[in-house]
Design a protein around this ligand. Structure first.
Ligand code: HEC
Length: 237
C-alpha cells in the first residue's frame, strides 16, 4: 500500500481545520440565557437607568414583606412585652459541661396559641423529625446521636425543666442553647410552639403524680395539655 502523497494529506488537514473552525464558531454564536445582559442588585453598573448607577432601589421605609410583620411579640420571641434589660439569665455548668440555666427572666409562661389536640399531634410529628435524634422518644436525652457519642442533653423530666416557662423552650429552639444548634431556619414559629406543647405532654406522661392530680380534678386540665395525648409518648406517625 503506497503512502498518501504529501499534497493530498495537506488537503485532508485543511478540510479538518475548516470543519473544526466551523464547529467552534457555531458554539460561539449560540444565544443562551446565560448571555443575556444582567445587573447586580445595589452594585455600581455602567450606564444604568438611575443616577446613582445602582440597578435596584432601596425599599421605601417601613416596608414589610407579606407575612413577616411579626407584630405578636410573644408568639415570635417567647418573651414578654416589656422585658427588663437589667436582669441577666443566671447559668451554671454541670458535670457534663452543659449550660444549666437557673432563672428565666422575661420569658412568657403561657402558650401564645390555643393548645389543642391537633397542635400536640403536629408537635409530636415535628419532635420526631427534629428533636428525637438527641432528646430521645421520651425526652430523657438518650437519642440515637447521643448513643453514638454526641453530648447528652439534660432530661426534660427534672424539676428545673418541668418548671421552666414555655418561653424558655422557644428561646432554646430558636436560638440554640450551649452545645445545641438553633432551629429557627428549619422550624417556623408556629411549629416551635407545637413542639413545646408536645414536650409538655411528654413531661406529663412521665410525671404520674401530676397525671393523677389532673385526672381527679378535670378543671386542672384546662391549664395544661390533655393527658390523652400524653398517653402515647414517642409513638411515631
Ligand atoms: C444534635 C442534638 C440535638 C438536637 C437535634 C436537639 N437538641 Fe436540644 N439539646 C441538645 C444538647 C446537647 C443540649 C444541652 C446543651 C447545653 O447545655 O450545652 C440540649 C438542650 C436542650 C434543652 C434544655 C435547655 C436547658 O435549659 O438546659 C431543651 C429544652 C432542648 N434542648 C430542646 C430541644 C428541642 C425542642 C429540639 C428539637 C426542635 C432539640 N432540642 C433538638 C442537643 C440537641
Amino acid at each position: 500500500m503506497s503512502a498518501v502523497p504529501i499534497a493530498s494529506r495537506r488537503t485532508i488537514y485543511s478540510v479538518l481545520l475548516c470543519v473544526f473552525c466551523f464547529l467552534a464558531a457555531g458554539c460561539g454564536v449560540r444565544f443562551d440565557m446565560q448571555d443575556q445582559p444582567r445587573y447586580k442588585a445595589y452594585r455600581w453598573e455602567d450606564g444604568t437607568f438611575f443616577d446613582d448607577h445602582r440597578s435596584s432601589r432601596d425599599y421605601p421605609e417601613g416596608t414589610v414583606a407579606r407575612g413577616l410583620l411579626k407584630e405578636d411579640k410573644a408568639f415570635y420571641t417567647g418573651k414578654i412585652d416589656n422585658p427588663n434589660p437589667n436582669v441577666q439569665v443566671e447559668t451554671t455548668t454541670n458535670a457534663q459541661g452543659n449550660t444549666i440555666v437557673t432563672s428565666f427572666p422575661n420569658d412568657i409562661d403561657e402558650f401564645p396559641v390555643p393548645v389543642t389536640k391537633e397542635l400536640i399531634d403536629r408537635g409530636q410529628e415535628r419532635y420526631n423529625i427534629y428533636c428525637i435524634v438527641c432528646h430521645g422518644p421520651t425526652g430523657n436525652g438518650d437519642g440515637m446521636i447521643v448513643r453514638r457519642g454526641f453530648s447528652a442533653p439534660p432530661t426534660y423530666h427534672d424539676d428545673r425543666l418541668r418548671n421552666a416557662p414555655v418561653g424558655h423552650y422557644f428561646d432554646v429552639i430558636t436560638n440554640g442553647w450551649g452545645k445545641m444548634n438553633g432551629y429557627a431556619a428549619q422550624i417556623q414559629a408556629a411549629d416551635r410552639w407545637a413542639i413545646i406543647a408536645y414536650i409538655r405532654a411528654l413531661q406529663l406522661s412521665q410525671n404520674p403524680e401530676e397525671l393523677q392530680k389532673m385526672n381527679s380534678d378535670p378543671a386542672a386540665s384546662t391549664a395544661a395539655p390533655p393527658p390523652r395525648a400524653a398517653a402515647s409518648p414517642g409513638g411515631g406517625h
